[in-house]
Design a protein around this ligand. Sequence first.
Ligand code: ADP
Length: 476
Amino acid sequence: MLRFRSIRSRLTVTFLLAILAVMLIVGFFLDQLIENYYIKSREDNLVRSGTLAGRFVAGQLKDQVDPVRLSWLAENFGRQMNARVIFVNRKGIVIGDSVIVGGLLGQLLDRDELTAAFAGEKGISIQYSELSKQKVMQVALPVQEEEEGEPVGAVFLSASLQEIDQIIADIRGFLTLATLLAAALTGIGAVFLARRFTGPLELLTEAAGKMAEGKLEQRIPVKSEDEIGRLARQFNLMAEQLNYYTKNLRNFVANVAHELRTPLASLSLLIKSLKDYEMETEQRQEFLDDLDHEMDRLIALVRDLLELTTLEAGETRREHIALDELIRDLIKQALPRFDRQDIRLLSDLPAGEYMVAGSSLQLRQVLHNLLENALKYTSPGGWVKVTLWREEEAAGVKVEDTGCGIPEKDLPFIFERFFRVDRARSREMGGTGLGLAIVKETVEAHGGRVWVESKEGEGSAFYFTLPLLRQDVNNY
Ligand code: ADP
């Protein structure tokens, strides 16, 4: 049974219908064309031969008429042109008939075609003869002694058109055969085409089904460069990305769980100790301080995670921000903390317009994270410097320090979530391992770029750029 829901059957049925329609239209017009052509050429033929016969007998119609001779002539002409030939005189009386036995010799032939012929025209008609059960063409032509002269009689020709029915029947037979052949070829072609299309689609369906079950390692062989090939290529790309993101997400969740476990375990231990043991007020205070510290770390971690999620959702507000003012403001706020640790906080902020578009809250966070890191990883006596510069279409910011620096092998991973060079040290300093990831994602969400240069033991320099607002944008 034909399943019309499959591409194969739909293709086959569509092709067959198209072929049938084309063949029907072609058949109809071919019938008409051939019939018209045949009738026209038969008519021309009869008119030409009739005129010739008329000319031949013209002299005899005027004078003494010899019906036997005229009938003999009519029979000869009739045989040549495959028609019945009748000669009539000016009164319409038959004076020669190619049908000798049972002919119309001596009878009056009263036909409309003859009326036309006597008026000097040619009279033509096509009729269905009940007698012979076929279509016949009748042609009457004037017989004139001299050109433009009065007709002295007429030639009446009657020819069967049965041949055309045979020709049309033959053509129809041929067309039917051609249709059947085309249909068979189309059927085979459609099956092959459908197999070519549906084969990869079935593979795709199967692979997509497996992916839905969580098996993300699906790949489809790309065998062509057509739409199906492109679909397969795109599917593979999607599968790869999905696999990558899923792995990333899994890693991230595992990291988050791991990061939460340590402070939660400390908190649990501290609370149990406070609950279960009698303590001096001083010792109790120490425990409470630790508890407070752990709580702060947990809060910082949750805050950073939230920050990252917001960045991932792409929720960046677009306000106009003067980057130089934002930096000045942050430096002012950070100065007391740097002073307390005996680290000098320097800046080089040349005058000029540094307008960028984005979220001032998020950009503050970027600078805050970089300054806090510089502060965390620089020893007392050192210095930290913030430099602002302007490129053609971007503003650049550098935060450099004379801190511990980053080993070269760790530099490629420094912006990854939860990456720390020294896990214990970072934790001790209250770091979450997310600060630089937030920096990178924020800067990139603002259309900028971030990078680092560092030498272990000498210091580090973190750079980022942000696209400047164009003057015309600036003015609106
Ligand atoms: P953390 O909360 O641990 O500081 P970050 O993502 O901010 O996390 O930084 C990742 C790691 O990069 C840090 O643990 C530290 O090892 C290294 N790092 C960041 N900034 C500096 C810096 N200015 N000097 C030296 N090392 C740095």
